[in-house]
Ligand binder design. Sequence first.
Ligand SMILES: [Cu+2]
Length: 272
Amino acid sequence: MRRFWFLLLVLLLGVGGKAWAHFQLLIPSNEIVTVNDGRSVELFLSFTHPMEGGPNMEMARPEAFGVFVRGQKYDLLNTLKMIKIPVYPKWHPEAAKEKGTATAWKAVYKFRRPGDHIFYVVPKPYFEPAEEKFILQITKVVVNAFGAEEGWDSPVGLKAEIIPLTRPYGVWEGNTFQGLVLINGKPAPNLEVEVEYYNKDGRAHAPKDPFVTQVIKTDENGVFTYTIPWAGWWGFSALGEGGTLKKDGKSYPVELDAVIWIKAYPIPKGVK
Ligand SMILES: [Cu+2]
Protein backbone atom coordinates (compact mmCIF):
# COMPACT_ATOMS: atom_id res chain seq x y z
CA MET A 1 0.00 0.00 0.00
CA ARG A 2 1.28 3.48 -0.70
CA ARG A 3 2.16 5.90 2.04
CA PHE A 4 -0.91 7.97 1.29
CA TRP A 5 -3.16 5.07 2.18
CA PHE A 6 -1.19 4.39 5.30
CA LEU A 7 -1.66 7.98 6.46
CA LEU A 8 -5.32 7.86 5.53
CA LEU A 9 -5.78 4.67 7.53
CA VAL A 10 -4.01 6.18 10.52
CA LEU A 11 -6.35 9.16 10.33
CA LEU A 12 -9.45 7.05 9.93
CA LEU A 13 -8.71 4.36 12.45
CA GLY A 14 -6.38 6.01 14.90
CA VAL A 15 -3.53 4.21 16.62
CA GLY A 16 -4.05 0.46 16.80
CA GLY A 17 -6.22 0.36 13.70
CA LYS A 18 -6.05 -2.94 11.92
CA ALA A 19 -3.91 -3.53 8.87
CA TRP A 20 -5.99 -4.89 6.01
CA ALA A 21 -5.03 -8.29 4.72
CA HIS A 22 -3.21 -8.19 1.40
CA PHE A 23 -3.84 -10.85 -1.18
CA GLN A 24 -2.17 -11.71 -4.42
CA LEU A 25 -4.93 -12.51 -6.90
CA LEU A 26 -4.40 -15.22 -9.50
CA ILE A 27 -7.88 -15.80 -10.89
CA PRO A 28 -8.58 -17.81 -14.05
CA SER A 29 -11.66 -17.10 -16.19
CA ASN A 30 -12.52 -20.81 -15.89
CA GLU A 31 -11.19 -23.49 -13.55
CA ILE A 32 -12.70 -26.56 -15.25
CA VAL A 33 -11.97 -26.41 -18.97
CA THR A 34 -13.70 -28.74 -21.44
CA VAL A 35 -13.18 -29.07 -25.19
CA ASN A 36 -16.31 -26.93 -25.65
CA ASP A 37 -14.85 -24.02 -23.68
CA GLY A 38 -12.55 -22.63 -26.33
CA ARG A 39 -9.62 -24.53 -24.77
CA SER A 40 -8.14 -21.47 -23.13
CA VAL A 41 -8.36 -19.32 -20.01
CA GLU A 42 -7.50 -15.77 -19.16
CA LEU A 43 -5.67 -15.29 -15.88
CA PHE A 44 -5.97 -12.08 -13.88
CA LEU A 45 -3.23 -11.02 -11.46
CA SER A 46 -3.41 -8.10 -9.06
CA PHE A 47 -2.34 -7.27 -5.52
CA THR A 48 -5.31 -6.15 -3.48
CA HIS A 49 -7.66 -6.47 -0.53
CA PRO A 50 -10.22 -8.82 -2.09
CA MET A 51 -13.11 -8.63 0.37
CA GLU A 52 -13.04 -4.82 0.50
CA GLY A 53 -12.53 -4.46 -3.23
CA GLY A 54 -9.51 -2.22 -2.76
CA PRO A 55 -7.38 -0.34 -2.69
CA ASN A 56 -5.73 -2.18 -5.54
CA MET A 57 -1.98 -1.78 -5.11
CA GLU A 58 0.80 -1.49 -7.64
CA MET A 59 1.91 -4.93 -8.79
CA ALA A 60 5.40 -5.03 -10.28
CA ARG A 61 6.32 -7.51 -13.03
CA PRO A 62 6.53 -10.83 -11.16
CA GLU A 63 9.80 -12.68 -10.65
CA ALA A 64 8.21 -15.89 -11.92
CA PHE A 65 4.93 -16.88 -13.52
CA GLY A 66 4.26 -20.29 -14.95
CA VAL A 67 2.27 -23.48 -15.02
CA PHE A 68 3.12 -26.87 -13.55
CA VAL A 69 1.78 -29.84 -15.53
CA ARG A 70 2.67 -33.52 -15.13
CA GLY A 71 5.71 -32.89 -13.02
CA GLN A 72 7.13 -30.06 -15.13
CA LYS A 73 7.26 -26.28 -14.85
CA TYR A 74 6.65 -24.15 -17.92
CA ASP A 75 7.68 -20.50 -17.85
CA LEU A 76 4.86 -18.15 -18.90
CA LEU A 77 6.46 -14.87 -17.83
CA ASN A 78 6.56 -13.46 -21.36
CA THR A 79 2.82 -14.06 -21.85
CA LEU A 80 1.98 -11.46 -19.15
CA LYS A 81 0.39 -8.23 -20.33
CA MET A 82 0.40 -5.18 -18.11
CA ILE A 83 -2.98 -3.55 -17.51
CA LYS A 84 -4.20 -0.59 -15.49
CA ILE A 85 -7.19 -1.05 -13.18
CA PRO A 86 -8.94 1.53 -10.99
CA VAL A 87 -7.61 1.77 -7.43
CA TYR A 88 -11.20 1.17 -6.33
CA PRO A 89 -13.93 -0.63 -8.30
CA LYS A 90 -17.03 1.40 -9.29
CA TRP A 91 -19.17 0.03 -6.46
CA HIS A 92 -16.71 1.08 -3.74
CA PRO A 93 -17.60 4.25 -1.78
CA GLU A 94 -13.99 5.52 -2.22
CA ALA A 95 -14.23 5.27 -6.02
CA ALA A 96 -15.81 8.74 -6.26
CA LYS A 97 -12.79 10.35 -4.54
CA GLU A 98 -9.91 8.20 -5.77
CA LYS A 99 -9.75 8.08 -9.56
CA GLY A 100 -6.21 6.70 -9.81
CA THR A 101 -5.13 3.44 -11.37
CA ALA A 102 -2.94 0.54 -10.28
CA THR A 103 -0.83 -1.86 -12.31
CA ALA A 104 -2.18 -5.40 -12.72
CA TRP A 105 -1.47 -8.21 -15.20
CA LYS A 106 -3.29 -10.55 -17.54
CA ALA A 107 -2.29 -13.65 -19.47
CA VAL A 108 -4.03 -16.04 -21.83
CA TYR A 109 -3.15 -19.72 -21.69
CA LYS A 110 -4.16 -22.28 -24.30
CA PHE A 111 -4.48 -25.88 -23.10
CA ARG A 112 -3.00 -28.64 -25.20
CA ARG A 113 -3.09 -31.59 -22.85
CA PRO A 114 -5.56 -33.03 -20.36
CA GLY A 115 -4.78 -32.93 -16.66
CA ASP A 116 -4.49 -30.50 -13.79
CA HIS A 117 -2.60 -27.31 -14.53
CA ILE A 118 -1.18 -25.55 -11.48
CA PHE A 119 -0.62 -21.88 -12.32
CA TYR A 120 1.75 -20.08 -9.98
CA VAL A 121 3.18 -16.62 -9.52
CA VAL A 122 6.18 -15.46 -7.51
CA PRO A 123 5.66 -11.70 -7.20
CA LYS A 124 8.39 -9.18 -6.60
CA PRO A 125 8.45 -8.59 -2.80
CA TYR A 126 6.15 -5.68 -1.97
CA PHE A 127 7.31 -3.11 0.56
CA GLU A 128 4.53 -2.22 3.00
CA PRO A 129 5.45 0.99 4.85
CA ALA A 130 2.49 0.67 7.25
CA GLU A 131 3.94 -2.57 8.59
CA GLU A 132 7.64 -1.86 7.89
CA LYS A 133 8.11 -5.12 6.07
CA PHE A 134 8.16 -6.78 2.69
CA ILE A 135 5.31 -9.04 1.65
CA LEU A 136 6.00 -11.92 -0.73
CA GLN A 137 2.89 -13.93 -1.56
CA ILE A 138 3.65 -16.96 -3.68
CA THR A 139 0.30 -17.84 -5.16
CA LYS A 140 -1.25 -20.69 -7.07
CA VAL A 141 -4.52 -21.80 -8.61
CA VAL A 142 -5.43 -25.14 -10.17
CA VAL A 143 -7.26 -25.44 -13.50
CA ASN A 144 -8.50 -28.82 -14.63
CA ALA A 145 -8.36 -29.45 -18.36
CA PHE A 146 -10.30 -31.98 -20.44
CA GLY A 147 -11.39 -34.26 -17.62
CA ALA A 148 -8.16 -35.85 -16.37
CA GLU A 149 -8.26 -35.13 -12.62
CA GLU A 150 -4.63 -35.71 -11.90
CA GLY A 151 -1.91 -33.55 -10.47
CA TRP A 152 -3.79 -31.07 -8.25
CA ASP A 153 -2.06 -32.39 -5.11
CA SER A 154 1.48 -32.32 -6.55
CA PRO A 155 3.91 -29.91 -4.90
CA VAL A 156 5.27 -27.40 -7.40
CA GLY A 157 8.35 -26.89 -5.24
CA LEU A 158 7.75 -23.23 -4.42
CA LYS A 159 9.39 -21.53 -1.42
CA ALA A 160 5.96 -21.17 0.16
CA GLU A 161 3.15 -23.40 -0.98
CA ILE A 162 -0.26 -24.72 0.03
CA ILE A 163 -0.81 -28.33 -1.01
CA PRO A 164 -4.57 -28.87 -1.29
CA LEU A 165 -5.83 -31.93 0.61
CA THR A 166 -9.27 -31.30 -0.86
CA ARG A 167 -9.47 -31.37 -4.65
CA PRO A 168 -9.43 -27.62 -5.37
CA TYR A 169 -12.11 -27.57 -8.09
CA GLY A 170 -15.61 -28.98 -8.38
CA VAL A 171 -16.27 -27.60 -4.88
CA TRP A 172 -19.73 -26.72 -3.54
CA GLU A 173 -20.40 -23.88 -1.14
CA GLY A 174 -20.50 -25.44 2.32
CA ASN A 175 -17.70 -27.87 1.45
CA THR A 176 -14.76 -28.01 3.82
CA PHE A 177 -11.40 -27.19 2.32
CA GLN A 178 -8.15 -28.50 3.78
CA GLY A 179 -4.63 -27.55 2.85
CA LEU A 180 -1.12 -28.41 3.97
CA VAL A 181 1.19 -25.41 4.31
CA LEU A 182 4.81 -25.86 3.28
CA ILE A 183 7.30 -23.07 3.97
CA ASN A 184 10.72 -23.81 2.47
CA GLY A 185 9.47 -27.33 1.73
CA LYS A 186 8.60 -28.13 5.37
CA PRO A 187 5.15 -28.37 6.98
CA ALA A 188 4.41 -25.17 8.92
CA PRO A 189 2.56 -25.88 12.22
CA ASN A 190 0.71 -23.24 14.23
CA LEU A 191 0.74 -20.72 11.38
CA GLU A 192 -1.92 -18.09 10.86
CA VAL A 193 -3.97 -18.45 7.68
CA GLU A 194 -6.07 -15.54 6.42
CA VAL A 195 -9.14 -16.31 4.36
CA GLU A 196 -10.97 -13.82 2.15
CA TYR A 197 -13.77 -13.82 -0.35
CA TYR A 198 -13.06 -12.16 -3.71
CA ASN A 199 -15.82 -9.59 -3.49
CA LYS A 200 -15.67 -8.66 -7.16
CA ASP A 201 -19.05 -6.97 -7.47
CA GLY A 202 -19.36 -5.68 -3.90
CA ARG A 203 -22.30 -7.91 -3.01
CA ALA A 204 -20.81 -9.13 0.27
CA HIS A 205 -20.93 -6.64 3.15
CA ALA A 206 -18.94 -7.13 6.34
CA PRO A 207 -21.11 -6.08 9.30
CA LYS A 208 -17.98 -5.41 11.39
CA ASP A 209 -14.22 -5.34 10.70
CA PRO A 210 -13.38 -8.90 11.85
CA PHE A 211 -15.69 -10.28 9.14
CA VAL A 212 -13.46 -8.92 6.36
CA THR A 213 -10.71 -11.48 6.90
CA GLN A 214 -11.40 -14.87 8.46
CA VAL A 215 -8.47 -16.09 10.56
CA ILE A 216 -7.61 -19.73 11.15
CA LYS A 217 -4.42 -21.59 12.09
CA THR A 218 -2.58 -24.65 10.89
CA ASP A 219 -2.47 -27.59 13.30
CA GLU A 220 0.69 -29.37 14.51
CA ASN A 221 1.06 -30.98 11.06
CA GLY A 222 0.75 -27.72 9.13
CA VAL A 223 -2.82 -28.49 8.02
CA PHE A 224 -5.67 -25.94 8.04
CA THR A 225 -9.38 -26.55 7.66
CA TYR A 226 -12.06 -24.11 6.51
CA THR A 227 -15.69 -24.51 5.54
CA ILE A 228 -16.54 -22.27 2.59
CA PRO A 229 -19.73 -20.38 3.52
CA TRP A 230 -20.90 -19.19 0.10
CA ALA A 231 -20.17 -19.51 -3.59
CA GLY A 232 -17.39 -17.61 -5.35
CA TRP A 233 -13.60 -17.38 -5.29
CA TRP A 234 -11.94 -17.78 -1.89
CA GLY A 235 -8.31 -16.99 -1.14
CA PHE A 236 -6.24 -18.69 1.58
CA SER A 237 -3.02 -17.00 2.67
CA ALA A 238 -0.69 -18.76 5.12
CA LEU A 239 1.55 -16.16 6.76
CA GLY A 240 5.14 -17.39 7.03
CA GLU A 241 8.55 -15.85 7.59
CA GLY A 242 11.11 -15.41 4.84
CA GLY A 243 14.18 -13.75 6.33
CA THR A 244 15.02 -10.13 5.58
CA LEU A 245 15.50 -7.86 2.57
CA LYS A 246 17.27 -4.51 2.33
CA LYS A 247 15.73 -1.23 1.28
CA ASP A 248 17.71 2.01 1.34
CA GLY A 249 20.42 0.35 3.40
CA LYS A 250 18.02 -0.86 6.08
CA SER A 251 16.96 -4.48 6.69
CA TYR A 252 13.27 -5.33 6.87
CA PRO A 253 11.57 -8.66 7.60
CA VAL A 254 9.95 -10.51 4.72
CA GLU A 255 6.49 -11.95 5.27
CA LEU A 256 6.62 -15.06 3.08
CA ASP A 257 3.06 -16.18 2.40
CA ALA A 258 1.62 -19.17 0.56
CA VAL A 259 -1.66 -18.38 -1.21
CA ILE A 260 -4.16 -20.58 -3.03
CA TRP A 261 -7.47 -19.67 -4.70
CA ILE A 262 -10.53 -21.97 -4.75
CA LYS A 263 -13.85 -21.49 -6.47
CA ALA A 264 -17.03 -22.78 -4.82
CA TYR A 265 -20.30 -23.21 -6.71
CA PRO A 266 -23.77 -22.45 -5.33
CA ILE A 267 -25.89 -25.27 -3.94
CA PRO A 268 -28.10 -26.48 -6.83
CA LYS A 269 -31.66 -25.22 -6.88
CA GLY A 270 -34.10 -27.95 -5.90
CA VAL A 271 -32.01 -29.52 -3.13
CA LYS A 272 -32.10 -28.75 0.57
CU1 LIG B 1 -2.34 -2.78 0.93
